[in-house]
Design a protein around this ligand. Structure first.
Ligand SMILES: [Zn+2]
Length: 445
């Protein structure tokens, strides 16, 4: 069975003390030149060993860094050859985008853990030019980095310098020496996740498109507490109490962090009941760039540490050998999941209720979105979506509000509401006016 080493990618901001962002920019431009040169020589029919030696000799990066950049570029070409029968194009030259500098620990870059918990970095931006300073990042990422320094089982691997959202960042990979994670290509169960401000919805489906099970974990207390913290902070800003404001900020972060850890534990546990699962998240990068999502999506992205929750889930799952993947989130919240219909309309969704304006299909909006995440993944992997007509009843699990650090551990849920909703039929309580409304909009389509 295919598998790979357990690898984590940690992201840090760079507080630069020696050298500058301009030096890093020069390094990334050189990386881009190396990448385009590799691409050009391949197109001219050079063999790959020749490309490597020529490009490395002429580059302004230390040899090891150039080799890694060439490898990354050749990897893109290989992916193209693997997929060209499906209509994939050749990698195009990078013109406006920058290309990441890829470096080996101890060669192109080096990290130095200090007694006080800070981590210094040194990056060789180009031959002979060093950029130095301190890393900045989340406590989780610093914890994992410390583990990689101290635990013999872990190793600090390659890192990439990237320029994102107007700042310079370092993405460091840490790898476990023995632990393996299954290949997503062997997955038997595809678990789609839809993360929201107040809940996370999961749908586990087979490759044939049948829903094996689904669940919605609600955490309204996180939303409520965040709003409370937010109001508190606003009040303090007005009163000019900046010291207290910082305390509240830390309190809020710890509270949310603690809650999200508990939720992610429940999620990972729920997933562990399936054989050979793969977890599929919506790609946050695509989410940010997608116009389709507009304000609702922006609100979601800023209202909850999505990246943190996704990471916690994928980290816990990786320890069980379960792989994770991301998919383009296009229309997951608006599209009707019935393969016969697939009507896509913003108006299909009204808060937590999804009702297809064309066929009348109804469901819990977030659970349905999780189903669409799986459908998008199957479509990306195999170019088709197996037929889906109905969905099973959705089960919701609600965490009652309790103080930070309270609540049971992963073995119990605070409250199992067991709410059953009729996923496929029109709700009995629905008024005639609403019925008429949906008929009217169906006619408009
Ligand atoms: Zn429909």
């Amino acid at each position: 069975m295919q598998s790979s080493k357990l690898t984590q990618s940690l992201s840090f901001g760079l507080d630069i003390h020696t050298g500058s962002g301009d030096d890093l920019q020069t390094g990334c431009l050189e990386a881009r030149r190396i990448r385009n040169e590799t691409n050009r020589l391949d197109r001219q029919g050079w063999n790959w060993n020749e490309i490597k030696s020529v490009v490395v000799d002429n580059a302004d990066h230390v040899n090891n860094t150039t080799q890694l950049i060439v490898d990354k570029a050749l990897g893109e070409i290989e992916t193209y050859h693997d997929n060209k029968d499906d209509g994939w194009g050749r990698p195009h030259p990078y013109i406006d985008e920058s290309y990441p500098m890829v470096m080996n620990h101890g060669e192109g870059y080096r990290l130095f853990p200090e007694e006080d918990g800070t981590v210094r970095f040194r990056i060789t931006a180009t031959r002979g030019t060093h950029v130095k300073g301190d890393l900045r990042g989340s406590p989780d990422h610093f914890d994992r980095l410390q583990t990689a320094f101290n635990d013999k089982e872990w190793r600090v691997g390659t890192a990439e310098v990237v320029h994102k959202h107007n700042e310079w960042r370092l993405h460091v990979t840490v790898t476990h020496e023995t632990h393996r994670v299954a290949s997503k290509h062997n997955a038997d169960t595809i678990v789609g996740l839809d993360v929201n401000e107040d809940c996370i919805a999961l749908a586990a489906m087979s490759r044939s498109g049948a829903v094996k099970d689904s669940v919605v974990f609600e955490y309204p207390s996180v939303k409520e507490q965040r709003h409370e913290f937010f109001t508190k902070r606003k009040r303090m800003q007005k009163a000019g109490q900046t010291a207290f404001e910082t305390v509240v900020k830390t309190e809020e972060r710890d509270y949310v962090h603690d809650r999200l850890h508990k939720v992610s534990r429940e999620v990972a546990e729920w997933i562990s009941q399936f054989t050979d699962p793969v977890i599929v998240f919506e790609d946050l990068k695509d989410m940010r760039e997608s116009i389709d999502y507009g304000t609702r999506m922006n609100r979601r992205l800023h209202s909850l540490p999505f990246a943190a929750l996704q990471e916690m889930v994928s980290y816990k799952a990786a320890w069980e050998g379960v792989p994770s993947d991301v998919v383009d989130p296009e229309y997951t919240s608006q599209r009707c999941p019935r393969t016969e219909c697939q009507h896509t309309d913003r108006a299909n969704r009204q808060k937590k209720r999804f009702k297809c304006k064309r066929c009348g299909f109804q469901d819990h909006a977030d659970r349905k979105a999780a189903v669409c995440v799986v459908q998008n993944w199957l479509d990306e992997q195999y170019g088709n979506v197996p037929s889906l007509e109905t969905l099973p009843h959705v089960r919701t699990v609600r965490r009652a509000a309790s103080g930070a650090g309270g609540g049971p551990d992963s073995h119990g849920h605070d409250l199992c509401s067991g709410v059953d909703r009729h996923g496929t039929s029109v709700q009995p309580g629905m008024g005639a006016r609403e019925e008429l409304k949906s008929v009217a909009s169906a006619v408009q389509d």
